[in-house]
Ligand binder design. Structure first.
Ligand code: ADP
Length: 592
């Protein structure tokens, strides 16, 4: 590796930048568009001139083939808006300016060896790369990079094999491009679905690897995807290849004449997470020190199943419901990850806002009651499932039904009781690991709907649920939005997912959503609540709220980042972790 002689330091660092770095060499944010060369990218990588970029793109094409390098040179490439055909170049549901979170190019490696070579190339040219698997990380930034002009590494386009499904051991080993739909289809096609199930998030089009390392959730007993992953193969920023956990122990039968990534792995790789010594998987989750190229995920043994819906009539039933849920969940009487959904989340899956109101004002309690009555739902609706042989399910149901019956007016339904309720019918599939995309409907609550997620963690107590609901509903209404949200019940906490739906073609609506979310983050932190995951535009702000002992956690993250990625080429700024050649305040995201 050598320093790039063509490097043109600070070509695109005008004097009026935000903050102003005291680091003479710190990479700075381009303001406005770079002067564009014909065929060149809309946005160049930081500190890279057109000539250097061209050389980089040529070298990348020598590694992956010209058909796997796409320079994003035309605004037309930023027009894709469909979840089913997602853009690989920008944030489709843009909250910042449409041309802000944009790649300079998208490069798609065909195998692990090429990923290793691409990392070496990125170090040589000091060009940042942003890996993604499918790019359907909607509500959190999609395929887009944190640093404008980074090269998107499309890990899923060519590397999309289900490498193994072991029915006895109940696990799968997958490459980045395997979506939840793909893995489910694999089980169906190979007649394995009556033996093992996968766990799926609300939308099945994302990748198993991307969703898991972002710590996404699903709704079966295996809903905590990160908890259920087992063993990773990772390319480090240097290009070095690592297998974590038991994967570090060689398989005595492996053919050592092959490249490392092709060698047979240890038989226990997907059976025991931790191996020996420090457990490093965590630094590759929501991290920027490795590209995950293979990952194991545990599968659930197929079993008896019954889904259900419990409707709760009053807005203030939230408190009582959560107090009922806590002991049931901790005792695993609630076996899966159930959800307590606000009426408007279900209404938005089932229809549009204009079905109920022509006014711009947030819906009132009376209007919400009328919607609930019309849809035969409650103000809060609890979707869960029972697993196991019928006698076991019957006992569990008695316990669950008995506990919720303490709430006056609670009603209990099985899917056959409400055949036209598409939410219940979809949850019935999702809670047994059958993927769908129906939940995407709620984004169309408003015309040209875009969405952001505000996702604070809440203890499973009525008081905490009520406090978070009050804060987020009050702010939603103050900024002119309806509150749409759900409490997703984990093992010991709830992910409170507030779905901020805005009109992405209306600058005012976007601005209000962006500003409101920033206010929600601050108010939540002031009450001791932090988010589990976020959109690119809010990463710095949320990272800064995790500030115990003078930001000791961030300082630790930075030490690890700088040790493993001294040139700061892998996903700089991801989750608020900036390498030493960048300064966060130089990369603030403008509210436009
Ligand atoms: P999905 O699979 O749901 O479409 P993405 O592919 O958009 O999700 O990935 C979400 C985020 O996860 C990316 O922006 C990136 O930060 C991280 N990520 C995804 N895949 C990888 C990977 N293979 N290696 C490292 N980070 C990844």
């Amino acid at each position: 590796m050598h320093n790039n002689p063509e490097k043109d330091i600070n070509t695109f660092a005008p004097e009026d930048q935000v903050g102003g770095s005291t680091h003479p060499g710190a990479y700075r944010q381009p303001h406005g568009s770079a002067p564009q060369q014909p065929g060149g990218p809309l946005v160049l990588p930081p500190n890279t001139n057109s000539q250097t970029f061209k050389s980089y793109a040529q070298r990348a094409a020598e590694i992956v083939g010209t058909e796997n390098v796409t320079v994003i040179s035309d605004e037309a490439e930023l027009s894709q808006k469909s979840y089913l055909e997602p853009s690989k170049a920008h944030d489709m549901f843009n909250i910042a300016d449409k041309t802000y979170f944009v790649c300079s190019a998208v490069v798609a490696p065909r195998g692990v060896g090429e990923v290793q070579e691409l990392m070496k190339l990125a170090n040589e040219f000091e060009i940042p790369v942003w890996p993604f698997s499918i790019g359907r990380n909607v509500g959190y930034g999609g395929a887009a990079p944190r640093v404008p002009g980074s090269v998107g590494l499309d890990m899923g386009r060519n590397m999309n094999r289900v490498l193994k499904v072991d029915v006895e051991g109940a696990y799968a080993l997958v490459e980045p491009g395997v979506t939840f739909f793909d893995l489910h289809d694999y089980l169906v096609k190979n007649n394995l679905r009556d033996q093992v199930w996968i766990d799926v998030p609300d939308l099945g089009g994302g990748s198993v690897i991307g969703n898991t390392i972002e710590r996404g959730v699903g709704y079966t007993p295996y809903g905590d995807h990160w908890m259920m992953h087992c063993g990773m193969e990772v390319v480090l920023p240097s290009g070095e290849l690592v297998r974590t956990g038991m994967g570090a122990l060689p398989n005595p039968n492996a053919d050592t004449s092959k490249p490392h990534h092709e060698q047979e792995a240890n038989e226990s790789w997907q059976l025991f997470n931790y191996g020996f010594g420090p457990y490093n998987d965590g630094i590759f989750s929501q991290g920027s020190v490795g590209i995950v190229v293979k990952m194991g995920i545990w599968l659930m043994k197929a079993t008896g199943y019954q889904s259900y819906l419990i409707t709760l009539p009053e807005d203030n039933d939230l408190h009582k419901a959560v107090e009922i849920i806590r002991p049931l969940r901790v005792n695993m009487v609630l076996q899966n990850v159930p959800t307590l959904r606000h009426i408007l989340l279900d209404a938005a899956v089932m229809g549009h806002r204009t079905d109920y109101s022509q006014s711009d004002k947030p819906l009132t309690d009376d209007e919400l009651d009328a919607i609930a009555a019309k849809l035969d739902l409650g103000r809060w609706n609890f979707y869960g499932a029972l697993y196991g042989p019928e006698p076991v399910r019957d006992v569990m149901w008695q316990a669950v039904k008995g506990a919720f019956s303490a709430i006056p007016g609670a009603k209990f339904f099985f899917p056959e009781d409400q055949p036209n309720n598409i939410v219940l019918q979809t949850r019935h599939k999702t809670l047994q690991g059958i993927p769908s995309v129906t939940e995407l409907n709620w984004v169309d609550w408003l015309p040209n709907g875009g969405h952001l997620f505000f996702s604070p963690i809440a203890p499973v107590t009525g008081d905490d649920a009520e406090t978070q609901y009050k804060i987020t509903r009050r702010l939603s209404e103050r900024y002119g939005f309806d509150f749409i949200g759900t409490f997703v019940v984990g093992m010991r906490e709830m992910h409170h997912i507030v779905c901020i739906v805005y009109n992405r073609k209306d600058a005012d609506s976007r601005r209000r959503a962006h500003t409101m979310m920033k206010e929600m983050i601050n108010e939540a932190a002031a009450n001791g609540y932090g988010e589990y995951r976020t959109h690119l535009a809010m990463m710095d702000q949320i990272a800064a709220t995790y500030s115990f002992n003078n930001n000791a956690n961030m300082r630790l993250n930075e030490v690890i980042k700088n040790a493993l990625d001294p040139k700061g080429i892998l996903a700089p700024g991801k989750n608020g972790v900036w390498p030493k050649n960048y300064r966060a305040k130089d990369w603030q995201v403008p509210i436009v």
